[in-house]
Design a protein. Structure first.
Length: 215
C-alpha cells in the first residue's frame, strides 16, 4: 500500500467524525432554537392569560374622572343600587374593562351583551356590539366577529343609568360552549406590545337577543 493511500485512509475517520459532529451540533442548535421559541411563546401566553380584565372606574358617566382600577376575573357584575368600589358613587358612574381576549381557535365567535345602563363591546378597536341605549336587563344585544387564534384587544364600556346597574358578557364559538360567561383564563391584562388585528374580520353585526337563561 502506498503512503498516499495510507494517509487518505487515516484521515477518513477523522473527517467522518467531524461531519457527524457538525451534524449533531446543527441539530442541537435547531432544537435549542425551537425550545427557545416555544419557551418565549409560553411566557407570552402566561403573561397575557389568566386572571381577568383591568377595570377602571370613573365618578362620572362620560369616562372623564377616573377613581380607581382593579382586576376582575369575569365580566359578570351586579352592582344593584350600591357603589361598585370605594370612592365610586352609586349613581352616575362608568366603568371601562380592558385587556386581551384569547381566542382558542380561528373561528367566528358570537358575543352577547346584557346590561342595566348603556354598554359597548370592542374587539381590536372595532365596535362589535352597541348597547348604549340599554336601561333594562332584557333584552340584550348580540354581535359576532371572525377571530384568528390567539390574543385580541378587548374593551367594554359601561355607563350607569338611574337605578340599579349590572353588566354581563357571554360568548360562544371555537369550542366555547353556548352562553359561557366571558372570564379567565380566556381574558387577561393588557400587554406592553398590543396584539395585531385578526387575520380576517367580518363586519360587526348586532342583533337583539335574549339569553336562554336570561335574568
Amino acid at each position: 500500500m502506498s503512503a498516499d493511500a495510507s494517509s487518505r485512509r487515516s484521515r477518513r475517520p477523522a473527517t467522518d467524525a467531524a461531519l457527524a459532529g457538525a451534524g449533531v451540533a446543527a441539530a442541537l442548535a435547531a432544537l435549542l432554537g425551537w425550545t427557545s421559541l416555544l419557551a418565549g411563546a409560553h411566557r407570552a401566553w402566561k403573561e397575557a392569560a389568566g386572571r381577568g380584565l383591568a377595570v377602571t372606574y370613573y365618578r362620572d358617566a362620560e369616562f372623564r374622572r377616573p377613581v380607581c382600577r382593579r382586576l376582575e376575573p369575569r365580566v359578570s357584575v351586579d352592582y344593584g343600587e350600591g357603589r361598585p368600589a370605594w370612592r365610586v358613587p352609586s349613581r352616575g358612574f362608568a366603568a371601562r374593562w380592558e385587556g386581551v381576549l384569547l381566542a382558542p381557535a380561528g373561528a367566528t365567535y358570537q358575543f352577547y351583551l346584557q346590561s342595566v345602563g348603556g354598554s359597548r363591546l370592542y374587539l381590536d378597536d372595532r365596535l362589535v356590539i352597541d348597547h348604549s341605549a340599554s336601561r333594562r336587563w332584557k333584552p340584550g344585544r348580540g354581535g359576532e366577529a371572525e377571530l384568528a387564534a390567539g390574543p385580541h384587544r378587548i374593551r367594554i364600556e359601561h355607563a350607569d343609568a338611574p337605578g340599579a346597574a349590572a353588566l354581563e358578557v357571554r360568548w360562544t364559538g371555537g369550542g366555547i360552549p353556548a352562553n359561557t360567561v366571558l372570564a379567565a383564563p380566556f381574558v387577561g391584562r393588557p400587554r406592553p406590545a398590543a396584539p395585531g388585528p385578526p387575520a380576517s374580520a367580518s363586519p360587526a353585526t348586532g342583533r337583539s337577543t335574549q339569553f336562554k337563561d336570561g335574568r
